[in-house]
Design a protein around this ligand. Structure first.
Ligand SMILES: Nc1ncnc2c1ncn2[C@@H]1O[C@H](COP(=O)(O)OP(=O)(O)OP(=O)(O)O)[C@@H](O)[C@H]1O
Ligand SMILES: [Mg+2]
Length: 252
């Protein structure tokens, strides 16, 4: 049923400098699911996400959002796509010179048609959803790493997107804060019914939140499978990755 597919990569290739980063990525993401993408550092996971909202263009292949190929779209044509897809960048990417409230209001003010009173309401709702009410006037520099991730998440959902992409949402956080971000990802998906794509190397987090896990390996999707099947896989590439065994060590 093609209608069940929110996002589709087909034969996506990308060379950056001298490196062939993506070598024919095929991946289908179902509407409303939480798909976790795992893979080695430097393997192209962030590059994969950037292609979806047109921040990078592939050398070959199609990338469909709701059946529409986004590859040929211009910056202006990409605006509605970027409204449909919220992204929590690796590192947060908040505006350092704007306080929390202004960071959240920014994407709404850009639309130029939303009254200030409604903007204030939606900022409050989004902060409430991530447990950050009361921190409106803080500057990003005054927030902890976990708080920054929460604000970044609030900003990604403020335009009520159909899908949210999370790039390493728990990296660098203590286990308790990481767990609370995981819960937030799950709740956001349940509350707004959003399709969620989460890039992580945190296997604990992946097992907690994923419906399915996709492994990016050597520029292709090596496998897409359920949590149980990935966790118990005897395939050496998957087994080594999920158990953190370097290829220099003894065989499993
Ligand atoms: N704008 C760019 N210009 C040139 N090379 C780039 C660019 N962005 C990424 N790369 C290269 O593409 C490769 C994949 O990068 P990417 O950031 O997607 O890795 P990743 O899988 O997200 O890694 P990590 O888990 O460490 O975040 C890397 O070798 C990186 O150096
Ligand atoms: Mg990355």
């Amino acid at each position: 049923m093609p209608d069940d597919i929110a996002i589709r990569y087909a034969g996506v290739e990308k060379r950056l400098g001298r490196q062939q980063v993506l070598r024919g990525v095929d991946l289908e993401i179902r509407r409303g699911e939480c798909l976790v993408v795992i893979g080695r550092s430097g393997g192209g996971k962030s590059v994969l996400l950037k292609h979806l909202i047109g921040l990078m263009k592939p050398d070959a292949g199609r990338i469909e959002v709701d059946g529409q190929d986004v590859v040929p779209l211009s910056e202006v044509q990409l605006v509605p796509i970027r409204k449909k897809i919220g992204i929590v960048f690796q590192g947060g990417a908040l505006f350092d010179s704007l306080d929390v409230e202004a960071n959240l209001a920014f994407p709404l003010r850009e639309e130029k048609s939303i009254p200030e009173a409604e903007i204030a309401d939606r900022v409050r709702d989004a902060l409430d959803a991530v447990g950050m009410l009361g921190h409106e006037k803080k500057m990003p520099g005054e927030l902890s790493g976990g708080m920054k991730k929460r604000v970044a998440l609030a900003r990604a959902i403020i335009r009520r997107p159909e899908a949210v992409l999370y790039d390493e949402p728990t990296t660098g956080l203590d286990p308790i804060m990481a767990d609370s971000i995981d819960q937030l990802i799950v709740r956001t998906r349940e509350r707004y019914g959003v399709t969620s794509v989460v890039v992580t190397h945190d296997m604990h987090s992946a097992y907690t939140i994923a419906h399915r896990i996709a492994m990016l390996h050597e520029g292709r999707i090596y496998t897409v499978d359920t949590v149980d099947r990935i966790r118990n896989s005897s395939d050496p590439v998957i087994h080594r990755f999920v158990n953190g065994i370097s290829s220099e060590g003894p065989s499993p």
